[in-house]
Every structure is written in C-alpha cells, then in structure tokens.
Design a protein around this ligand. Structure first.
Ligand code: THU
Length: 158
C-alpha cells in the first residue's frame, strides 16, 4: 500500500494588469460576455472567451431554461460553437468570469465538472495544453492545462 498525492499548479494574479496583453484582452472579453448570459432562474451570469489557433476569439455565456437541464454553461456554449464553426482550430486558452448581483465574483468562479470534461476532450483532440484563466474581481487564477482542473482525466478507452 502506498499513499499518493497529486499536485496541481496555478498562478494567482492580483489584477488584470499583471496579465500578458493577449490574456488580459481575453479576460476582459469573458467579463463582457457575462452581459449575454440568459440566467433568469439562478441570477448567476457566466461569460467565457476562447482563443483559437486561427486567431479567432469565440465567446459564450450561460443559457438557462425553465426545464433546468436543458440549459447550458458558458464554457460549453463557447467550446461547442467554436468547434462547430472552426473544427480544425486548436483551443489555446479560455477565460471565464462569473457574476452575481451585477458584480464579478471576488473569488474566481470555477467551471463545473461537465465543462472540465469537455475542455479535456478538446485539449486531447487539439494535442496541445489548453490554458484556463479564471477571472475574479479580487484575484485571477491561471492554469496551464486542463489536467490541473481535472486530475486523472479519463483516457482508458483505447
Ligand atoms: N454555470 C456556468 O455557466 N458555468 C459553470 O461552469 C458553472 C455554472 C452556470 C449554469 C447556470 O446557468 C448558473 O451558472 C448557475 O449554476
């Protein structure tokens, strides 16, 4: 028997000004995309901005439904649209922001398990680490690959 541990690494920034220009623009677009959220049931708005290898930036926002499971998270609206429109492009980096009561959450909103699984799928398909930036008003977290948000990604199906 052996106890094992998994380390995950991420960088915490205090302000958007500390990010590289490309990442800062993406983070700002994620914040802006919260305005396109349709979230009358939860009142929780999420925005995502996804940078692709072809230079395009695709945004998404959560879309709710009176039949709750019919809605979709911001991250998946962005990824599914991106892959439906640009199937050959690699997803390089996605910024995500959550907003409640009209204010961006101070601590970054973290993606749900289903969105992490979809990120994993496209990261594997793209053959390159997908970076994730979680944008809070008080701090920003940057992960260099999806594995740091979804350790032990399922890949047993050969
Ligand atoms: N939501 C997202 O858009 N992304 C996530 O990763 C977590 C949750 C949305 C779904 C729902 O519309 C609202 O936030 C509250 O759960």
């Amino acid at each position: 028997m052996k106890e094992k541990k998994i380390d995950i690494a991420y960088i915490e920034y205090e302000s958007l000004t500390q990010l590289d220009e490309d990442d800062r623009v993406l983070a700002e677009m994620a914040v802006k995309a919260t305005e396109n959220s349709y979230s009358p049931y939860s009142g929780f708005a999420v925005g995502a901005a996804l940078r692709l290898s072809n230079g395009e930036i695709v945004t998404g926002a959560n879309q709710e439904n009176i039949a709750y499971p019919s809605g979709l998270c911001a991250e998946r609206t962005a990824m599914f649209y991106a892959h439906a429109k640009y199937p050959d492009a690699v997803m390089e980096c996605m910024a995500i922001a959550g907003k409640q009561g009209g204010k961006i959450c101070p601590t970054p909103a973290t993606p749900c398990g289903a969105c992490r699984q979809v990120m994993a799928e496209y990261q594997t398909k793209g053959g390159k680490p997908m970076k994730i930036i979680l944008v809070g008003s008080g701090k920003i977290w940057k992960f260099s690959k999806v594995d740091d948000l979804l350790p032990l990604i399922f890949d047993s199906l050969k």
